[in-house]
Design a protein around this ligand. Structure first.
Ligand code: PEP
Ligand code: MG
Length: 842
């Protein structure tokens, strides 16, 4: 199946953030990702430059946010005038945002990097008025998709390495490989299969399309070739650990988001035979196996006359296309846009001129239309299947399926509903299930799917997810030998099929199914209830939201207020400084959207990683340690005073609390309070609670002193981590060290809470740790009163807190404080999960 591509032509975003937001919104509208994925795209832009070269940028989300991806898809924003990407003068003209459920995007990246070699084509794509041009270029096999004739060769000095990255070689690690290679004078090459590329070129590395398990040969030549090879190999291996850690976090979050994978724990039901495949759609069911291979159609070669055969072919084609379009419309009407897309794509495949020419030739040579069609179709399917690109080869099944539709009509066979004789609890087994077969089955009779081949992105998986049925794919050919009628358990969480399970296993499975159903129902029901632990402790749960139009979605997802509104966005999204009135209107809209619920607005946090070109601030050698956040506010009344005025004016319309970022001393707070008092007096405005962010170790250590002067704290764990561990949060090589679960960071959280308590102040956390399951558990255990997070994390975190007693979280937090490393703390997640599964089975 080609990856679905959404295109918006002629876009004119103000800046990079705007462009990323627009492309992210396209992904969300198309149902490829939840709206919160936009934040993840923006977070990635903070950490890495996603500019690929030749006017192409590829925003993609953070690996740990993969649970926000609903299905793989691309969104392309065509920006004819270009938008500046990063600090240098790079202009992006095609912004290709990626939502990748697995590693399928590797194939897209490879195609993209190969397209980039064709300058004329790139120019056409930048200026075309037909979105199909872009879709075709990204999804259709063509010359550009073929590997470049490799002009490079391996050098004599080299070594092999296996790529262990769960998501293949994607943009982030490729960037780091290139950076490492660039440090050396030697030429460094990487071979994958038949293709050899320059390791110093990110686009070339991505063009390899190396997936998980690929064997690569690294080779080098030049004065420092040995060192270059050693360094490159070291980074390849080291990033493997980081990629695996991220993937683990992603899957933990995914199971939390699906709500339920952990209920299964280490359960191993006894069965006559167990098949392990790939989990393609979540769910656990008990059912009866049904081999669902379609009957092979018998075709005889009956020729009447060329005009009659041609007429029959034309009618069959029209009928098949009408049928596919009708299924597509029906699916769209049921909100299953991906399924609808599959059927439209099939209708498109039937218009393939090469196929039609071959059939016409057959008819002219005196063959019946059905026979000629089957012949030509068979050849095209075989050619497609032989393509080296797995994604393209997988489309052979689509072609076969669409072609069989036509054959049905040519043979005058009715498209009757399939599965009339199946049991009402069928678990369908097949090599792969065709979309048209699946479209005709009665979902009420099917409990799940399990296929011998296919991958997590195969249409079986897509359709199963659309129907809400569990599916396992790539279970292996022996699956097709299992007898119809045998009882089985299908586990779509962990990708297993248990054939002929023992009586005990069936009872255990039933208990787990009921546990899962209870958990799911509870999460849905309790989304809007407070996050109260079983021993009665309530934590306030808020969302990090910057715009009034995002508030409704946050409330619907369970937010009880907004714990962090980053006001920089007002400055970053335009070319001039917003005046007091513009800021007031944005803030007032936010207050009104919240209808009396709490709102914490953070004043401008510019500097460090957040640069606003139109402010023309002096360039600093070390911006993270420079004039940033509150330090800038204190030096620039022209920025601070209009913002404070806007805030006090907005506060007349509903509750609002003001918070200052990057506080590192008591004097800063006192000075800010003085200016606030002046502004409030001038406006005769109401009192507003004042808080500060704790994101610098000095502030955490002085929490008891600072608490005397403010009403609340909100801990910014992103910055607190970077300043505590002295790791630039954007550093390409070190960013992984900036782990907020580090005991050093947790100790500062503990100290902050203790300082706040001395003056009866509340403490929130609005950094990324608040939205991580283990992070949230530990923060609550350390005494934090409020957690503010991305919208996508709200439901799972609320549910998690409702499952664990405060006393348990406190004990867990005390254990974490006494550990040596972030990895050791992360391992405590297992304790949390096993407590989860014991409870679910009870
Ligand atoms: C933080 O540092 O944790 C935080 C919430 O602020 P930002 O990510 O905007 O710097
Ligand atoms: Mg911060």
């Amino acid at each position: 199946m080609p990856i679905p591509v959404e295109v918006r032509l002629g876009a004119a975003p103000h800046n990079r953030e705007d462009a990323v937001r627009a492309a992210g919104a396209l992904l969300a509208q198309a149902g490829h990702a939840l709206p919160a994925y936009v934040d993840s795209l923006l977070q990635r832009e903070k950490l890495a430059n996603t500019f690929l070269g030749q006017g192409v940028a590829i925003p993609h989300g953070m690996i740990e946010d993969r649970h926000l991806v609903q299905s793989t898809g691309l969104a392309v924003l065509q920006v004819p005038a270009g938008v500046r990407w990063g600090d240098d003068a790079k202009q992006a003209h095609l912004v290709v945002a990626i939502a990748a459920a697995s590693d399928e995007h590797i194939a897209v990246l490879r195609r993209l990097t190969r397209l980039m070699r064709d300058e004329a084509l790139m120019q056409r794509l930048i200026s075309t008025h037909d979105p199909e041009d872009i879709v075709r270029a990204l999804t259709t096999d063509g010359e550009a998709d073929a590997p470049a004739p490799s002009t490079l060769q391996d050098f004599a000095l080299g070594r092999e390495v296996a790529l262990s990255y769960p998501n293949g070689l994607h943009a982030r690690p490729a960037g780091q490989w290139a950076q490492t290679a660039q440090r050396f004078v030697a030429q460094v090459h990487v071979r994958y299969d038949q293709v050899v590329v320059d390791a110093k070129n990110v686009a070339a590395l991505l063009s390899l399309g190396a997936g998980r398990g690929a064997t690569l040969r690294l080779s080098a030549q030049g004065p420092d070739a040995e060192e270059a090879l050693r360094a490159l190999r070291a980074i390849v291996v080291r990033l493997g650990e980081e990629e695996a850690r991220q993937a683990q976090l992603a899957s933990f979050r995914q199971s939390q988001a699906q709500g339920l994978g952990q209920v299964l724990g280490d359960w191993q039901p006894a069965a006559r035979q167990t098949f392990t495949g790939i989990a393609a759609s979540p769910g656990l069911v008990i059912g009866t196996l049904v081999q669902a291979a379609g009957a092979v159609l018998q075709v005889e070669d009956h020729f009447r006359s060329a005009p009659l055969e041609a007429e029959a072919l034309e009618q069959a084609l029209q009928a098949a296309m009408a049928e596919l379009e009708a299924w597509s419309t029906q699916a769209r009407g049921q909100g299953q846009s991906e399924q609808a897309g599959i059927f439209s794509a099939h209708a498109g495949l039937l218009r393939d001129p090469r196929l039609l020419q071959a059939v016409s030739r057959g008819i002219v040579q005196g063959h019946g239309a059905a026979w000629a069609w089957r012949q030509a179709l068979g050849e095209r399917v075989a050619a497609q299947r032989a393509l080296p690109d797995a994604t393209l080869a997988a489309r052979a099944a689509d072609l076969q399926d669409a072609g069989d539709r036509v054959l049905h009509h040519l043979l005058g066979l009715p498209s009757e509903a399939v599965g009339g004789a199946w049991p009402a609890d069928a678990i369908l087994l097949a090599d792969d299930l065709s979309p048209s077969f699946t479209a005709q089955i009665d979902p009420a009779r099917v409990r799940g799917f399990c296929t011998a081949s296919g991958g997590p992105t195969a249409h079986t998986a897509i359709l199963a997810r659309a129907l809400g049925l569990p599916a396992v794919v790539a279970g292996g050919p022996d699956l097709l030998k299992a007898d119809s009628g045998t009882p089985a358990i299908l586990d779509g969480y962990r990708g297993r099929l248990y054939v002929a399970p023992s009586a005990t296993a069936l009872i255990e499975a039933q208990e787990r199914i009921e546990g899962l159903a209870r958990r799911q129902a509870e999460e849905a029901r309790n989304r809007l209830l407070p996050a109260t632990t079983p021993d009665g402790h309530t934590v306030e749960i808020a969302a990090n939201v910057n715009r009034a139009d995002q508030v409704a979605r946050a409330l619907e997802a369970g937010a009880e207020g907004v714990g962090l509104m980053r006001t920089e966005f007002l400055f970053l999204e335009r070319d001039t400084v917003p005046d007091e009135e513009a800021q007031y209107l944005a803030l007032r809209a936010m207050v009104e959207a919240l209808g009396g619920r709490p709102l914490v607005v953070r004043t401008l946090d510019i500097g460090g990683d957040k640069q606003v070109p139109h402010l023309q601030l002096p360039v600093e050698d070390n911006p993270f340690l420079g004039v940033r956040g509150a330090r800038l506010a204190l030096r620039r009344d022209d920025l601070l005073l209009p913002q404070l005025r806007a805030l006090y004016r907005a506060a007349r319309h509903g509750p609002l609390q003001i918070m200052f970022p990057m506080i590192s001393t008591v004097e800063e707070v006192l000075e800010l309070r003085r200016r606030m008092a002046q502004v409030r007096e001038e406006l005769d405005a109401p009192e507003v609670p004042i808080g500060i962010m704790i994101e610098v170790p000095s502030a955490a250590l002085l929490a008891d002193r600072l608490a005397a002067h403010v009403d609340f704290f909100s801990i910014g764990t992103n910055d607190l981590t970077q300043y505590t561990l002295a790791v630039d949060r954007q550093h390409p090589e070190l960013a992984a060290m900036a782990d907020s679960l580090h005991p050093a960071v947790l100790r500062l959280v503990e100290r902050t809470v203790a300082g706040a308590r001395r003056h009866g102040r509340w403490v929130g956390v609005c950094g990324g740790l608040a939205g991580e399951p283990l992070g949230a558990a530990l923060l609550v255990g350390l005494g934090v009163d409020e957690l503010s997070m991305s919208v996508g994390d709200l439901g799972p975190i609320k549910a998690l807190l409702r499952r664990h007693r405060l006393s348990e979280l406190q004990a867990l937090a005390q254990r974490a404080l006494d550990l040596d490393s972030a990895d050791e703390v992360r391992a405590l997640g297992a304790a949390l999960r096993s407590a989860d599964s014991t409870e679910a089975q009870a």
